[in-house]
Design a protein around this ligand. Sequence first.
Ligand SMILES: [Zn+2]
Length: 289
Amino acid sequence: MKSYLLLFTVILFSGVAGAQQLPARWDELVASDFSQALQKSSKTCILPIGILEKHGPHSPIGTDLIHVREWAARAVKAEYAVVFPDYFYGQINEARHQPGTFALPSKVIWELLEATCDEIARNGFDKIVILNGHGGNPEFIRFFMQSLLNKRHNYAVYFYQPQNDKEFTDQYLKMHQSDPQNDQHAGEGETSTLLYYRPDLMRMDRAASQSGANQHRLNLPNVYTPIWWYAAYPNHYAGEGAKASNQLGKFTTDHEIASFVSALKAIKADTVTLQLQKEYFDKVDSLNK
Ligand SMILES: [Zn+2]
């Protein structure tokens, strides 16, 4: 009887251990599993970057962060990679007049991103994939990445930049209710995404309580000025969040997850980027020999 009990206990516990999957989140891994995570991810770490800023009167301040984290979490179920913990340090100077905005000085966000990439690499990753959710970040991210060529790095940073997919866009526009040109921030598209991922956080009854229309308060031909966004959208709201739907959210997120998964597969299999980077730095170094 005792031996049966022992056998039963062994089976039960091995069943539990077998059912335990290797977590994708860096912060959920145990240190003794880290080398397995490195191997399974092909030394690839996703760095989802969000921001803390107002998203209309109805969607959470962490909308972009929540979005990229949900996106990454679902993608790595199909294609394993390690996902770096919450990162919400980016360019958001244009929303400092709104409550809840967290805008660190430019020097700090630059140094933090560089130090973060260096630390990810020091832990054994040689591929870092930036999955960005915030519209005010791409110029900063691209300039940061271009600057990585200024000194030798033994890791590569990849920036996921989805290209226009005609079939998806045609169907998206059919489902979309509001003016797509003006749907830029906390509008129908983004609100639908959050409504699908985290309906519990949405305050949809407030979505129409402010205007997300372009105010056209500054009209200078062919001229850029940093106040352009505030001039157009003083409520830091661009679009009509009230027209969002769960169906549009599901349609968008299914597509964004699938398309990120295929990029992730390509990055994990990629050997050329690091090889060319090494060749490039070797040539740079050979100039002063
Ligand atoms: Zn956003």
